[in-house]
Write a protein that binds this ligand. Structure first.
Ligand code: B4P
Length: 188
């Protein structure tokens, strides 16, 4: 069985985390775990959790840490081979701390944290484009502004958190999807 391995994709909304996580999963055989996708599936299915998180996501706020950690614990325990790329998780210092503890308990190393860097005007442009294509309910101007603010306040501290642990690998997120992916492969 291949060795356990975990990667994290960090970056503001619209930086390309979901897009690049999919690529990584395709070429490396890592499983893509996107907390955003899991939450949206709950909303679409109208589960108890979905009903609870829908208004939070539509405002552009973060879902409570306890709920997210419950999802992650469940995902990790269901995986036979602990090899995954996490897209959009962790997003707060509390999530990062708890995730670190979970991984140590399981003996799974955190290989790297890829930080996708994209300027705010390009982020807004991408999300508004996606709104036209996919009609995601949190891709509207007001919510996008809130999501970017939440990123600055709650998620940006993770950059230093992982940098001080020697795990942070910044990647320029501008350019074609293929170009960004090539940069990711280079830093890995
Ligand atoms: P997410 O689903 O994680 O949404 P996101 O941050 O907007 O990133 P996403 O992965 O979708 O977009 P991407 O950058 O790939 O979160 C949604 C909500 O769920 C959060 O607001 C929160 O409420 C909740 N949530 C999720 N995780 C949570 C957690 N851990 N804790 C608490 N709450 C949580 O791409 C954006 C667009 O750019 C796409 O249309 C893509 O096609 C395009 N794009 C990508 N790369 C490009 C490139 N190189 N050039 C041009 N366009 C590109």
């Amino acid at each position: 069985m291949p060795d356990p391995m975990v990667l994290i994709l960090l970056g503001p909304p619209g930086a390309g985390k979901g897009t690049q996580a999919l690529r990584l999963a395709e070429v490396s055989g890592l499983r893509k775990i996107s907390t955003g996708d899991i939450l949206r599936a709950h909303v679409a299915q109208g589960t108890e959790m979905g009903v609870r998180v829908q208004p939070i996501m539509e405002r552009g706020d973060l879902v409570p840490d306890a709920l997210i950690l419950e999802i992650i614990r469940h995902e990790l325990s269901a995986m036979e081979e602990k090899r995954a790329v996490f897209d959009g998780f962790p997003r707060t210092p509390a999530q990062a701390e708890a995730f670190g503890a979970m991984l140590s308990e399981l003996g799974v190393p955190l290989h790297a944290v890829l930080l996708l860097e994209v300027n705010p005007s390009e982020l807004a442009h991408r999300l508004l484009q996606r709104a036209k294509q996919e009609g995601r309910s949190d891709d509207n101007e007001i919510t996008i502004r809130r999501r970017l603010q939440v990123y600055e306040e709650q998620t940006r501290p993770l950059i230093d958190y992982y940098r001080t642990r020697g795990l942070l690998k910044p990647v320029a997120g501008l350019g074609e999807v293929d170009e960004v992916f090539a940069r990711i492969q280079e830093v890995l």
